[in-house]
Design a protein around this ligand. Sequence first.
Ligand SMILES: [Zn+2]
Length: 254
Amino acid sequence: MKKILAGIAGFLLLLALGIGLLFLKMPKAGPALVELPGGVLGVLCRFSYSWIIPCQGGAVLIDAGLDEKAPDIIAALKNKGLQPEAVRAILITHGHGDHFGGAIAFPNARVLADKNDIPLILGLKKREGIIPGIFSKMSPRKTPPKKIEALPEGDSITVDGLTFGIIRLPGHSAGSVAYLLGDILFSGDALMGTAEGVMPPPSFASDDPQQSKKILATLLKAHFSTIANGHTGAVFDGHKKLEAYLAKTAGSED
Ligand SMILES: [Zn+2]
């Protein structure tokens, strides 16, 4: 019996160590708050960013962090003189819990996501791949928003006077999208920052790692300079850095 318990303990230790090593591959999170032109504010919610964008009636959010009570976002809104009720819409970049978990804290917000990730958000589908599958099993299920709408099929959406471009970037998840507003690209996890440039999400974290790299070329024809992403904050000169990344990795399988 003791041997079995020791075996199980050893296995769990190795598993925890392995997962810890994988997390070392994640790029480092940026500062707690990131201010961008136009009153756009990035709020670090533990380890993922929600972006607050002022609009006619209050604010639109890109993603809503992990915590169902969304304390960091609510504190940042209060500093702008806004209550949670003033959030008009939440545009979800993809259906992972650390990006939609806080959506239920905003009672008046429309919540929109790509139709391919809505089953993930509703808990009707599990993440694909071995490691993402383990993440799914280990992390407690997030309560989905009461109502969730599919993004329109076209390439833009207007919410409360703001028109966002929609760029579909399947790979990290089937329904990953980026939103474009002016010269800011809100990329979720589909494109992240590094100390010097940009990178796709780490392979272990994506449903289809190959596709998550290939799809980045789609972004070349979009006009943006700042990348406001889901885990590292803002990347300036982002288009140039994307061009450099794609030139460097052209033809390589990795
Ligand atoms: Zn993700």
